[in-house]
Design a protein around this ligand. Structure first.
Ligand code: BDR
Ligand code: CA
Length: 312
C-alpha cells in the first residue's frame, strides 16, 4: 500500500523536486499540498507549488495557502538562495492551470486527515508554522497523523546563522511545538542533506531525459547552483528537501540515529539551533529519529526516475 502523504512546503527549488518525487513514485499517495511563507512569501510559494504541478502534469492534488508569517517574531525569506520569485531560473509560461484550493492550509489539512481512512504522514519542508498551528488548533487530529518526516535543523552548524538552519530559524517556536508534540518525528537536517549535491554529472543525467520537464529541472538546478556558489562557495548545491520523501520510498538508503532534539529559543547567538543529543548526555528522552547518512547514488536515481516518469 502506498504511504498517504501531505506535503507542507515553501517552494523553493528543493521543495519543487520533493513535489515531483512524491507525485511520481507509486510508493507514495500524494493527498494534498499546503504552503507556508519561508523561501518566499506565501503568495509566491503557493503560486510556485501550482506552477510545478502544472508543468509536471500533477492534477487532482489540492493546493492551499497557509501561514504568511511565523507564530512569533518577524518573517524571514531566502531571496538570496531562491530568488525574487522563490523559484528563479526557469521561465514559467503563463498562469498555471492548477487551481488554488480556497479552503486555506489548516482547513485542507484538517479535512484531508479526517477524510483519509488511515493515519497520514505529514512531510514539512519549510518553516513548521502550519503544522504547529494545526496541532494547537486541533489537538484531536494528532491521532490522524501517522508520523512527521521533516527537513530542518542540523546535528551540527547552521546555514542561516552559524548555529541555525533556515526552516527552524524562521519559526523556532513552531519547531519546538512539533518536536515536543509526542508524535513520531524523523528529522533530516543539514548534516545529512549536504551529502546529496546536484553535481554537473547529476544535472547531465536529468538533461539527457530531453523532456520539457527535464529542461525545467535543469534550469532550477543551474540557478540553485549559482546562488549556493555565491553565498556558500559550494561546488554543487545540496538538494535538501527530497530526502524526506526518498526516506518514505526507500528507508534502506538512510542511516538514522534516535536522539533527544531540542530547539534553542533564547540564545543570544543561537536562537533556532537544533540541539541534538547524540550521546545521551542530557538525560532527555531520545524520541526523534535523526538522519545521519544517505546513499547519495540511490537518492539521485530516485530523482532522475521521478523526472522521467512524469515526462512533461
Ligand atoms: C531549507 O531551507 C530552504 O531554503 C530549503 O528549501 C530547505 O527546506 C534548507 O535549510
Ligand atoms: Ca523548503
Amino acid at each position: 500500500m502506498p504511504v498517504p502523504v501531505i506535503l507542507d512546503c515553501d517552494p523553493g527549488h528543493d521543495d519543487a523536486f520533493n513535489i515531483l518525487l512524491a507525485a511520481a513514485h507509486p510508493s507514495v499517495q500524494l493527498l494534498a499540498i499546503t504552503t507556508v511563507a519561508g523561501n518566499q512569501t506565501v503568495e509566491k510559494t503557493t503560486l510556485n507549488a501550482r506552477r510545478v504541478c502544472s508543468v509536471a502534469g500533477i492534477r487532482g492534488v489540492p493546493i492551499a495557502a497557509g501561514r504568511d508569517r511565523p507564530l512569533h517574531g518577524p518573517r524571514r525569506i531566502a531571496e538570496n538562495i531562491h530568488g525574487d520569485s522563490g523559484l528563479d531560473g526557469p521561465g514559467f509560461a503563463g498562469e498555471p492551470d492548477v487551481p488554488q484550493d480556497p479552503r486555506g492550509a489548516l482547513a485542507l489539512l484538517r479535512d484531508t486527515l479526517l477524510a483519509h481512512p488511515t493515519p497520514v504522514t505529514l512531510v514539512p519542508t519549510g518553516p513548521l508554522t502550519n503544522i504547529a498551528a494545526l496541532l494547537l488548533a486541533h489537538p484531536e487530529l494528532a491521532a490522524r497523523i501517522e508520523r512527521i518526516v521533516l527537513m530542518g535543523g542540523s546535528t551540527g552548524r547552521g546555514n542561516t546563522t552559524p548555529a541555525a538552519e533556515f526552516n527552524v530559524l524562521c519559526d523556532p517556536e513552531a519547531a519546538d511545538i512539533v518536536l515536543r508534540s509526542g508524535l513520531p518525528v524523523t528529522m533530516f537536517g543539514l548534516n545529512v542533506t549536504h551529502q546529496v549535491r546536484a553535481t554537473p554529472d547529476v544535472v547531465a543525467r536529468i538533461a539527457a531525459l530531453g523532456t520539457p520537464l527535464s529542461g525545467l529541472c535543469v534550469d532550477l538546478l543551474t540557478y540553485f547552483a549559482s546562488t549556493y556558489r555565491e553565498v556558500y562557495g559550494f561546488d554543487a548545491p545540496p538538494l535538501h528537501d527530497p530526502l524526506t520523501v526518498a526516506h518514505l520510498i526507500d528507508p534502506s538508503l538512510f542511516r538514522l540515529a534516535r536522539a533527544a532534539v531540542t530547539v534553542e529559543l533564547n540564545g543570544t547567538y543561537t536562537r533556532g539551533a537544533t540541539v541534538v543529543d547524540l550521546h545521551g548526555v542530557t538525560g532527555l528522552p531520545a524520541e526523534t529519529d535523526v538522519g545521519m547518512q544517505v546513499d547519495a547514488d540511490g537518492f539521485w536515481q530516485l530523482i532522475v526516475d521521478a523526472v522521467r516518469t512524469l515526462g512533461g
